[in-house]
Write a protein that binds this ligand. Sequence first.
Ligand SMILES: [Zn+2]
Length: 90
Amino acid sequence: MIKKIYIAFASLVAVVAALVFAGPASTVAQKHQHTASEHVRRRAAKARKRVRQHAVKYVCPMHPDMHSKSRGECPKCGMELVIEKDKGVK
Ligand SMILES: [Zn+2]
């Protein structure tokens, strides 16, 4: 009789523990999953925007490492920056 009560109590404890630990954990996991997918989507959109913005790049004819997003002069030699040819690198 006492053994039966003990088993019932133990299973009750197990159920409560499962609810306490698995309940909030699963909620957090769901929340995190949502946030993660949202984050990935936003990051992908940002990356696409960045690719579009950098589609046209200006570069110094003498210093190919001098890149600029806008028209201007090379800070190293003062030459006017020219539109860099798309090398297929995206
Ligand atoms: Zn230059």
